[in-house]
Design a protein around this ligand. Structure first.
Ligand code: 5GP
Ligand code: MN
Length: 329
């Protein structure tokens, strides 16, 4: 039996599910959580969607977002489902406890760095988004895809492919997106909420960030820093820096774009994006993180200036490695 068929089977056979996703959830994390959660509910199951933090404001338009609950560490479930998580710690401590208590733990993910921590692991690094895998599971389980479920899964695919721009935009992903539109996914609503509702603070933050954009000597590494000071000067929140790293990568000649985000005085979140050849999953793994070949991240402790220096040096080192796939290298 394939992983997809086996997971479809588990979803049909049990009654009591808890679902969760990673901290700092993105569109794929939430789209997968809400898409699968609503599908299980519509199939008459008890399905509880949990997260340690509230759904970020940008994503509150997603159908079912109001049904996401705080984690209750006392609660017990037959099946725990971790979505879009490379390893179980990505779910946060409380959700991890609840998942581990479940009789059966299912790990559904598309990260190349996935740690296969479930009793059942449905991991497909070829999938554009975890939401794409959920579509296949629901199709296999013959659970009807309502327009609400479709909107969630479509959001997952749109966000993880950068609106169908990234390398992971495959024929299969486009076919799945097309099926989801047929099922009633609200394309314009999603675009409006994700890309046409920016706060003034977030645009000011972008302007200031771009002004301080830095480049290394050969122009292949570019980076931007969002310090706590910059956030308050711009009237922005940390969430407002989402998507800024794509601007860094967009510069001509740049292979790797990096965003340094000061979470607090001792902790910095680093986002990596590469264009054509540098494996940023490996780069992030060097600092205890992970992700995909072209998009990865990590959180590093220490002073932000020190972290910047070390991370940029390591990035240049990796770029200099012979046969890293770069042109003429
Ligand atoms: P972002 O830079 O947008 O936060 O994340 C890019 C990709 O890397 C996403 O797929 C995300 O799940 C993954 N990622 C980001 N931070 C971490 C981390 O600290 N650990 C791991 N394993 N993956 C991460
Ligand atoms: Mn994802």
């Amino acid at each position: 039996m394939t992983d997809i068929a086996e997971s479809a089977n588990v979803l049909l056979k049990n009654d009591n599910y808890v679902l969760t996703t990673h901290l700092n959830p993105d569109g794929d994390a939430l789209g997968s959580l809400l898409g699968l959660g609503l599908a299980l509910l519509s199939a008459g199951k008890n399905a509880v969607m949990v997260m340690p933090h509230p759904v970020p404001a940008t994503f509150q338009f997603m159908p079912g977002a109001q049904q996401v609950k705080k984690v209750d560490v006392q609660a017990k479930f037959d099946v725990g489902i971790a979505l879009d998580c490379t390893d179980i710690t990505r779910a946060g401590e409380e959700a991890q406890q609840v998942l581990q208590k479940a009789r059966n733990l299912i790990n559904i993910d598309h990260h190349i760095s996935n740690q296969y921590f479930g009793d059942l692991n449905v991991v497909d690094a070829q999938a554009s988004a975890t939401g794409e895998i959920i579509y296949d599971i629901l199709y296999e389980a013959k659970i009807p895809i309502t327009s609400d479920i479709a909107t969630n899964l479509y959001t997952a695919i749109v966000t993880d492919t950068g609106s169908f721009q990234h390398q992971n935009t495959t024929a299969k992903c486009l076919q799945t997106a097309a099926f989801l539109l047929d099922c009633g996914a609200e394309h314009r609503t999603i675009q409006q909420h994700l890309y046409e509702q920016r706060s003034l603070g977030s645009l000011r933050l972008l302007a200031r960030g771009l002004e301080s954009l830095s480049l290394n000597e050969d122009g292949r590494v570019a980076w931007m820093t969002v310090s706590q000071d910059l956030l308050s000067a711009s009237g922005a929140t940390v969430d407002d820096s989402d998507g800024m790293v794509d601007y860094v990568k967009s510069l001509k000649g740049v292979e790797v774009g990096i965003l340094f985000k000061e979470v607090n005085s001792g902790e910095t979140k680093v986002s990596f994006r590469s264009k054509n050849y540098l494996d940023v999953n490996q780069l992030a793994a060097h600092f205890g993180g992970g992700g995909h070949e072209r998009a990865a991240g990590c959180t590093v402790n220490g002073k932000i200036e020190d972290i910047e220096r070390v991370v940029i040096r390591k990035t240049e080192e990796q770029l200099a490695v012979k046969n890293c796939g770069g042109p003429g290298r």
